[in-house]
Ligand binder design. Sequence first.
Ligand SMILES: [Zn+2]
Length: 323
Amino acid sequence: MINRLKQEQPVVYQTLKNCLEHDHLSHALLFAGPKGTPKMETALLVAQSLFCDDAHPFGCGQCAVCQRTERKEYTDLIILDGSSKSIKKEEILDLQEQFSKTALEKSGRKMYIINAAENATTEALNSLLKFLEEPMSADVTAVLIVESTDRLLPTIVSRCQILPFRPVDRAQCAQQARLKGVSSTDAWMISHFVKDPDAVLKVSETESYQKAYAGFDLFLDNITDLSRCMVELSTDVFGAKSDAKETLGYFIDILTSFFEEMACQMQDAPLHLMKKAEKIEARGLDLAQVQIVLLETKDKLNRPYNLTLVSDQMMIRLMEVIG
Ligand SMILES: [Zn+2]
């Protein structure tokens, strides 16, 4: 994790390193940044660094304390999570109650993490503010995690040291996904529309993505005469009942990413895709027109249109544009 942080979020890494080294870490940290950035992982790393006997300045990651912290089993670490349901006032009061007691573990330090803190009720946010305003014992550290500070009370934000996480770089996301076992083609492709390595892995394993990718291959192979693959695409790829909408969505994402990359020289694309791009380029395609058709189709997906009609219209318009 330390290496990933250093690479992906050098500013956050350096700030935390300095604060930990000089023992002046703020007692309330606010991690703000888009989905897919390692905010929770970093919060756990801070926890390890505070609890671990062998921290310099980051937790060793190996000892029993570090491992229990990583598994979220350390007694003096409490995590509230607003990502799946909103955080209630009672939960904050509970937290406050537990933090009024002395630490149970040997380090004597306590920490709480509030993930997706923006997803808390107004009452909960007000209680949290009161909690943050109270003189806190020097041994308590709070980490609030948000995607954007806009939805937090400004009075809460002003009490915290803010650490902004920058959006994940596409190439880095693809690299992380490859380390998780995703093929280089899928990692390159999916990282264009999903910016979180775990989510890239998940998408790559879905049948709808795999079908969409097969459809994309078929599409490119027949690009000189799209009428040849019309039937196959509409029955085998977009014709599946259960996940047709998702498949068509991925198909559009894939084509959009591919054509966008063609406009900027297919950066770090797998060789076989580069070759396909070269072939298409030689035909002098009007990429802007193709993108408009794809965008319009994507927009229709979010509305109650008949799916078969939408995919058929898309193909007919693509045939007109591509010629
Ligand atoms: Zn350790």
